[in-house]
Design a protein around this ligand. Sequence first.
Ligand SMILES: [Mn+2]
Length: 317
Amino acid sequence: MLTTKEAADFLRAHDHYLILTHKQPDGDTLGCAAAMCRMLRGIGKTAALLENADVTALYAPYVEGLWAPADYAYDTVVSVDLAALGLFPANAEPLRERVDLAIDHHPSYEGFGKLSCVQPERAACGEILCEIAVELGQLTAEVALPLYVAVSTDTGCFVYSNVTGNTHRVAATLMDTGIDYRAVNKRLFRTKTKKRLALEGRLMSQMEFFDEGRIVVVQVPQSLRRELALNEDDMDDLASLGGLVEGTDCSITMKEKEDGAWKVSLRTGPRVNATRVCARFGGGGHRAASGCVLTGMTQEQAKRALVDACMEVAADA
Ligand SMILES: [Mn+2]
């Protein structure tokens, strides 16, 4: 396992970088990739991001102009915030055994990188990237802005239970570079489309509760997607919604995919280990935030299986 200093040494020693992000990319993976690309270019390296087809309009501005052209020649592959082989986007699958350096913060990281710099105690991969940027002398405003996006989005603007003192120290360091963090906060955390608010209203009125009100289930079937004409942007970070309800400490968000599978996000308090629940269904993540996909089940069956698994893991703790 590399320290951030050793990771910085590695980055200095190599060149012609291709940077990988994860499937259904969030602010952390995209912000880290953009920052990595800019810091590498800042020390005179060639670097670009492998195109990710799933980037939503919300995050697209932060990675604009950094995509690798079709004929891009690379020697060194670096992944950021990418924990599992199953999370490689389709166009990155041929690179599964070619990752030279994986930088990540998921406890469930699968160890696919030839070298790894993984710090599970970090709330966001962006915290690790910030240290590397400092090591490389590259903490410029254009590196700091995407890192602020990374750290703020992975912590729900510094309120999720994963936040530590280090998260705030990193945020302060990034803010001190002169970036317009106020605009980022307004855009990402204080602005919702009317459609999004209509969706939240619907989901809140239809939440279901189990286990004496401690488990809440939020369900987004395809029929609701069609009815409200929702796109991926409208559904970003729905997983935090259920946990707003007083008395809950186990929030299950189920989104139906086009093929009928249920994509599940689980957010839990100390009573329930989310990683253990999701591992039962082949998923993974963090102790308080994990995910999995359930296939071959009706909505009712999937919901029941998840609620039962949460209750069993809680009882087994
Ligand atoms: Mn992350």
